[in-house]
Ligand binder design. Sequence first.
Ligand SMILES: C[S@@+](CC[C@H](N)C(=O)[O-])C[C@H]1O[C@@H](n2cnc3c(N)ncnc32)[C@H](O)[C@@H]1O
Length: 258
Amino acid sequence: MNRPPAPKQAVRAAFDKAADAYDAVAAVQREACDRLLTLVQANGITPRWILDGGCGTGYALPHLHHTFPSAQLLALDFAPAMLRRHPPGIALPLCGDLEHLPLANDSLDAVWSSYALQWCHPDKAFPELARVLHPGGQAWIATLGPGTLQELRNAFRVVDEAEHVLSFSEPDVLAASLETAGLRVRHHRRDTLRAWAPDLRQLLSDIKALGAHQTGAGRRRPLTKTAWHRLSEAYEVHRSPLGLPASYDTLWFIAEKT
Ligand SMILES: C[S@@+](CC[C@H](N)C(=O)[O-])C[C@H]1O[C@@H](n2cnc3c(N)ncnc32)[C@H](O)[C@@H]1O
């Protein structure tokens, strides 16, 4: 089953707020992009129109421009503060929603989307990607799977039964949604990327700076001192010489519109 995403307004507000701090803590996000680019480069197509959907501060844009110098890039995000941080002159910015793309049918050769589609409902966003691609056009996707932030999810279980971490869909469910939308999966990869922090306070603050702290569970009361102590203790079992890990179960898909 596809997991319901967090409420859109809350996610949008979180990313708008996160825009200034985002780049400083987005090492894992950059690695996901770099690996997606490697898959795309091995793929051998020469697109003329490319959309970066959920482009954030635009990390992928210079890389896409360098790889496809003759392509016209469109960069879409629903958080205006993210769009304002783009490197100038590389892409046409569009403030819009991945679930309702402000683009014509069959108008693009490729859609790139890294670490954004996990915030969307696949049954809304994937048909939109398919609609704007022309037949033979490709979707290049990096997104998150159910093992994401599992250390945090498990540590919170010693505190209470509330859902403190967003749920993410299984890869086979996402692959089935892509196929149903008319996007045939040509390549699929899965790997766990890790961010590291010296302590739990920093780790949570980094997740917040990435805008990724929305769960859809509404506003919660701050943790009591005892609950915080139990949470920190539960998280410490994951400590390694690099610090405390935050896992990002990353799924890459290359899919082609049939
Ligand atoms: C984790 S950031 C990733 C940004 C960028 N792709 C990167 O790799 O650094 C996710 C981005 O997706 C955007 N986003 C999430 N849901 C969206 C939606 N429904 N429509 C448009 N943008 C969305 C957020 O505003 C945010 O900028």
